[in-house]
Design a protein around this ligand. Structure first.
Ligand code: KIV
Ligand code: NA
Length: 263
């Protein structure tokens, strides 16, 4: 595949070609995800759930993210490596810069943070200082206690308008990518069409420029999964086969179908 950069992803969006993101937290899976053809790897703070056994991402700290980012980076994957800034490590622009720098020095090529308008200054400061940013809107799991549970976001006209406004704002601030999680498919399609930057969906329907799933979920290893998850292991019987099946299904537009989306 050759080393993927943000220009590769921009060109894919312009050409209408879907790309793929899969989470990984260690060197072996980083290699397998890259070999399967996923253009991006997310060292997600979902490691709080699937690796550490917590019920949310809130207990995850920056040292944990640095450790797992180093493990992933040692595989030297062709995929672009994005690492999550965990809960409360980007509350101020100063904290954001110190913690984002740690993730970049651990081997990330981009950092991801959850939120919209309030992050504009932090995003532009990071980009000006050489750190590309992926924003994350919709169901942002670090705010689960504000939402009162893991619920689909943007279902009311007011909610949808505010997610669209946030998306435009983070693009204007200089973000390179946007993850949209658990929003109605029509809203995600609308935002993907309005933005120049690529939009990666999870539980956001088939109209985004890319799809992401948590590794353990797509391998059918998680005990309870949301409706949008498909077990790609069931029909494949090997990890490599399941990863390739997910990549191919996204590129062919076969995943997510309506049964894996919210209307
Ligand atoms: O932490 C994670 O795995 C994520 C994805 C679900 C987008 O943020
Ligand atoms: Na995350």
């Amino acid at each position: 595949m050759g080393k993927i950069t943000i220009s590769t992803l921009d060109k894919m969006k312009a050409a209408g070609e879907k790309f793929v993101c899969i989470t990984a937290y260690d060197a072996t899976f980083a290699r397998l995800v890259s070999e399967a053809g996923a253009e991006t790897i997310l060292v997600g703070d979902s490691l709080g759930n699937v690796v550490q056994g917590h019920g949310s991402t809130i207990p995850v700290g920056i040292d944990h993210m640095v450790y797992h980012t180093e493990c992933v980076a040692r595989a030297r994957p062709d995929s672009l490596v994005i690492a999550d800034l965990p809960f409360m490590t980007y509350g101020t622009p100063e904290d954001t810069m110190v913690n984002a720098a740690r993730l970049m020095q651990a081997g990330a090529q981009m950092v991801k943070l959850e939120g919209g308008t309030w992050l504009s200054d932090s995003i532009s400061m990071l980009v000006e200082r050489g750190i590309p940013v992926c924003a994350h809107l919709g169901l942002t799991p670090q705010s689960v206690n504000v939402f009162g549970g893991y619920r689909v976001q943007g279902r009311t006209p007011k909610g949808a308008k505010s997610i669209l406004a946030d998306a435009v704002e983070i693009q204007d601030a200089g973000a390179s990518l946007l993850v949209l999680e658990c929003v109605p498919a029509h809203l995600a399609t609308d935002i993907s069409e309005k933005l120049d930057i690529p939009v990666i969906g999870i539980g956001a329907g088939a109209g985004t420029d890319a799809q992401v799933l948590v590794l353990h979920d797509l391998l059918g290893l998680s005990d309870h999964v949301p409706r949008f998850v498909k077990n790609f292991m069931a029909e494949q019987g090997s990890v490599q086969g399941a990863l390739r099946a997910f990549v191919e299904a996204v590129k062919a537009g076969a995943y997510p179908s309506d049964e894996h989306s919210y209307s």
